[in-house]
Design a protein around this ligand. Structure first.
Ligand SMILES: Cc1cc2nc3c(=O)[nH]c(=O)nc-3n(C[C@H](O)[C@H](O)[C@H](O)COP(=O)(O)O)c2cc1C
Length: 180
């Protein structure tokens, strides 16, 4: 006999989400934040959202600059992804701690993470600040950079990281103690 499914109530806790590293910068300060609450909002124009708690150091940088870059890590970059999601740029330089190289972008003033195989330059076109725990930044894609090892194949054959509050980062042992 099949067991009945359990009700879990209104929660996002079971939703699998891709994990990205968002680089941001303002007034000579640059930072990186791990973000799971992200997704494609629209194909044309190409729009992507990121949701950030106002308490994050990165929040002020993005509010002030109106720009961010989405860097897609591979599963080999789990350690760096975890560090950028646990430490604040207020306390440490995540670029040097992770051995990440900042590369100048073409359309925004925020640097790309060279070591990530995909970088997506975005300009904020809408900010929603009254939704709840997180503010939502909707960014319009300005340019996309693809690792030359991926580009000729025209397919994204990396293993991206995925997250849900109940599982941590999929396939890995990361279990967050705090709510993101
Ligand atoms: C897997 C993972 C996903 C996360 N997703 C988000 C998110 O979507 N929004 C958010 O505000 N914080 C998220 N966080 C928490 C921030 O990355 C974390 O608080 C970080 O230290 C903030 O950095 P900052 O203070 O330098 O901006 C996530 C953390 C992890 C480990």
């Amino acid at each position: 006999m099949t067991l009945e499914k359990e009700f879990q109530g209104p929660t996002v806790a079971w939703f699998p989400a891709p994990v990205v590293l968002v680089s941001c910068a303002y007034d000579n300060v640059t930072n990186i934040i791990t973000i799971a609450w992200t997704g494609v909002v629209c194909s044309k124009p190409p729009l992507i959202s990121i949701s950030i708690r106002p308490s994050r150091f990165s929040y002020e940088l993005i509010i002030n600059s109106g720009e961010f870059v989405i860097n897609i890590p591979t599963s080999e970059q789990l350690k760096e992804t975890e560090l950028c999601g646990r430490k604040s740029g207020e306390d440490i330089n995540k670029w040097t701690t992770c051995n990440f190289t900042a590369v100048e972008a073409t359309k925004v003033s925020v640097p790309l993470i060279k070591e990530c195989p995909v970088n997506i330059e975005c300009k904020v076109v809408k900010t929603l600040t009254n939704m709840g725990t997180h503010a939502i930044f909707i960014g319009e894609v300005q340019e996309v950079h693809i690792d030359p090892l991926i580009a000729p194949k025209s397919v994204l054959d990396i293993v991206p990281l995925c997250y849900s509050p109940k599982s941590g980062i999929f396939g890995k042992s990361l279990a967050l103690s705090e709510e993101i």
